[in-house]
Design a protein. Structure first.
Length: 118
């Protein structure tokens, strides 16, 4: 489960989406085509990543199918943030998300936290 520190990146992103919707930068219909979820768990990765487990800080899950009544198997956008993880570990996570989803995950946003004076 994301900590308060992890949640600040997701909160900022949600605030920016809300502002963009309010200013007409994102069409209102977008709200009916996308679910934004915090910390859903995924363990349905494929190929060399089969058996892997990931819990993103925030995911954008497209609504698909007739009348957009279903949720896609994988998110299209993932937010990953890390305090204890190294930058290279975050890169490995991005690779897992993208290649392990058969490229269904199109964008992995990464936020790396550092201690002060680093």
């Amino acid at each position: 489960m994301p900590s308060n520190l992890h949640a600040c990146a997701a909160s900022w992103l949600l605030k920016m989406i809300t502002r963009a919707l309010a200013h007409g930068l994102i069409p209102q219909v977008w709200d009916d085509t996308m679910m934004i979820m915090t910390a859903p768990e995924f363990n349905n990765f494929i190929n060399e990543f089969a058996g892997s487990f990931k819990e993103a800080d925030l995911t954008f899950l497209p609504c698909v199918g007739p009348e957009r009544a279903q949720i896609a198997e994988y998110p299209s956008v993932v937010l990953e943030s890390g305090w204890s993880e190294s930058a290279s570990r975050l890169q490995d996570d991005a690779k897992l998300w993208q290649e392990g989803s058969g490229r269904a995950v199109r964008v992995v946003l990464q936020v790396k936290f550092y201690r002060p004076n680093q």
